[in-house]
Each structure stands twice: as C-alpha cells, then as structure tokens.
Design a binder for this molecule. Structure first.
Ligand SMILES: Nc1ncnc2c1ncn2[C@@H]1O[C@H](COP(=O)(O)OP(=O)(O)O)[C@@H](O)[C@H]1O
Ligand SMILES: [Mg+2]
Length: 264
C-alpha cells in the first residue's frame, strides 16, 4: 500500500512555557517569547512513498518545530492545516499512535533514558509498533547485533542505558538501529548529519537509502549539503522564518552553499 505523507496549510504555534517544551534540549527556551508564538506558517508538503525531500533553512527558521508538531510534541500546536499519512489524519493522534501508523522522528538531541537499555528499547518499540506477537527475542537480537556491528556500534552498547553517556555519533547510530528494525513508512530526520564524521555519515546515508528502497518516505532536515551527496533528494525545500520560500531540485542545495540562505 502506498503511504504518502501529506501536509496541507500547516501553521504551528509553540507554547514556550509548556512543561514538556523544557524536556527537549533542542527547544530553545526564549524567555521573551510569549505563549502561542507562531513559528510555522502555511506549510504544504507531499512526500510520496520512497521519496526523499530535503528541508533546509537557516537556524531558527522552524525546521525542528515542524518536525516536532508532525510527531505530536505537546508544546507545539497545529493551529491550522492537516497532516496525513497513508490517508489517515495524524493531528488528532498521540505520538505513539502516530508511530504505530508508521511515523518515526529522529530527534536533533535525543534524551537519555536511565534504566532502559538500548537493546530493550529497540525490542519493546519493535513489538509495540509493529504488533508482531510472533517475533522471537533471540532471533531479533541476533539481527540487531549484526546491524549494530555493520554500523560500527559495539555490541555492548546494546546493554547500556539508552543515550546515557553515549557520544554524539553513538546516539545517532542508536537511532539508525531503531530505524532499521522499525522500518517506518515515513521518517523525519532532524539533522541526523550534524556532528558525524565522514564514515558515520556514509553509514547513516546507507541506512536511509536502504529504507527508501523499501518504500519509506523521508523528510531530511539539514542545513548542510554534505549528506545530500550520499542521499539523493527528489526535492529540496527552503524554509525561512517558518515559510517554505522555495522548492526545487538538488541544485538548489548547491545554490545555497554558494550564496547562503540570504541569497535564496
Ligand atoms: N520550546 C520553545 N520555546 C520558545 N521558542 C521556541 C521553542 N521552540 C522553538 N522556538 C522558536 O521557534 C523558532 C524556530 O525554532 P526551531 O524550530 O528550533 O528552528 P530550526 O530547527 O530551524 O533551527 C525560533 O525562533 C525558536 O526560538
Ligand atoms: Mg533544529
């Protein structure tokens, strides 16, 4: 079944005083911001199954806010518009219900979860999201171990508490492992490339390409065109001050590299 991801006329407000907002390290706490500050204005976006759309834009343009509202973060409210995955409306659903429909968000700054190991998290997410009651834990772990090894992540990382003392690269690899086992229909990658060395970047790109081949749609948020050498976007969008100001082919990313966002 085709699972297109469709965003229509989406406007987003953030409630900076929300308790939940402060649990995300990436959400900048702007004391001057008032309740209900609008950060995204009338965004339209259709990503078909197996397509990659890059979303680029300067710092503070609203990229992460868009990602977070799509996943259902409580501090970010959709004040107008619609979001559908495979024809199902997502906006009225909780984040876990969205995940069950096949949505996955990789955070810019994933949080640590003391008490739960990476392996446990991958297994329990796999079971709850896919509803695969017949999965065998040992077989599953064997596959995950192979994938971890392939990614250059030490096996013992699976026993460690999720993101607790993980290096930046290890956090990203942990997310990629999760992605591989969940095989989501649509994935939002928020700056998955930031802080990665070139080998890890290539691994990340490999994982994304593998998923795309199987039909996953991707929204690749980045302000760096390097990853676009390895993951070829069908479309590049530029977000500025909460609005998509331009969409085009991959040469738009090169144009940004040359002229900067000010020239777009
Ligand atoms: N939790 C929050 N509290 C206050 N302001 C926020 C919050 N989240 C986002 N914003 C504001 O929204 C705007 C867009 O931020 P963000 O979505 O993080 O941009 P980007 O990811 O493109 O760098 C910024 O002005 C930022 O300060
Ligand atoms: Mg961001």
């Amino acid at each position: 079944m085709k699972s297109n991801f469709e965003v229509k006329g989406l406007s987003v407000e953030v409630d900076p005083s929300s308790h939940e907002a402060s649990t995300f390290a990436e959400a900048p706490v702007d004391k001057s911001a008032r309740r209900g500050k609008r950060v995204v204005f009338g965004v339209n976006l259709t990503v078909k199954s197996g397509e990659v759309h890059a979303l680029m834009g300067p710092n503070g343009s609203g990229k992460s806010s868009l990602a977070l509202v799509l996943m259902g973060h409580p501090a970010y409210q959709a004040v107008s518009g619609s979001v559908e995955l495979g024809g199902k409306n997502l906006l009225s659903l909780k984040p876990n219900e969205r995940a069950k429909l096949g949505l996955f968000l990789s955070f810019q700054n994933p949080v640590a979860v003391p008490g739960v190991s990476l392996g446990q998290l991958i297994w329990s997410s796999y079971k709850s999201i896919t509803g695969d009651g017949k999965a065998d834990i040992r077989e599953f772990y064997e596959t995950v171990k192979k994938q971890a090894k392939n990614m250059g992540l030490k096996e013992e990382m699976l026993e460690r508490f999720i993101n607790d003392g993980f290096s930046g690269g290890e956090k990203k690899k942990a997310e990629l492992l999760m992605l591989l086992s969940l095989q989501p229909k649509f994935v939002i990658l928020d700056e998955i490339d930031s802080g990665l060395d070139v080998d890890t970047l290539k691994k990340a790109a490999e994982v994304v390409n593998q998923l795309v081949k199987k039909g996953t749609g991707v929204l690749l948020i980045t302000h760096n065109q390097k990853i676009l050498k390895y993951v070829k976007p069908n479309v590049v969008h530029v977000l500025k001050e909460g609005r998509i100001v331009k969409s085009g082919q991959v040469k738009l990313a090169r144009e940004i590299e040359e002229k900067g966002y000010a020239g777009i």
